[in-house]
Design a binder for this molecule. Structure first.
Ligand code: AMP
Length: 108
């Protein structure tokens, strides 16, 4: 189980963000410190999974939904091509332990 993180607070609305996607199970919003012309985070609403390894084991359909949302965002905000990054663990650069995908696009 993931701890409550900044993303849990964004999902609950305690921290407001502009949501680019808001489905039953997933939200997406722009990264506060963009590393590419388009840098959007895709975040499941559940706090059950701290990283993509846990998510893949526990709910692969939700992981597939995140990939679909990433593709839709890349089509809407860039040319449709995208890099999808999951940092998995602190030593790989993960800082928020609520699973999320970085969608990087737009002239990489
Ligand atoms: P990671 O290092 O993979 O855990 O990614 C966490 C990402 O969350 C970083 O790229 C941060 O810039 C981003 N981030 C942290 N707080 C916020 C926030 N309030 N709004 C948007 N992005 C955030």
């Amino acid at each position: 189980m993931a701890e409550e993180t900044v993303f849990g607070k964004i999902v609950s609305g305690e921290i407001p963000v502009e949501k680019l996607v808001d489905t039953d199970r997933v939200i997406a919003f722009r990264d506060i410190a963009p590393q590419a012309p388009v840098h959007i985070l895709v975040v499941p609403k559940t706090i059950a999974y701290a990283n993509v390894t846990e998510l893949a084991a526990g709910d692969p359909a939700l992981l597939a939904e995140m990939v679909k949302v990433a593709q839709e965002l890349a089509k809407e905000y860039a040319d449709g091509d995208f890099r999808l990054v999951f940092n998995n663990g602190a030593n790989a650069g993960q800082t928020v332990f609520h699973v999320h995908a970085h969608v990087l696009a737009g002239g990489l």
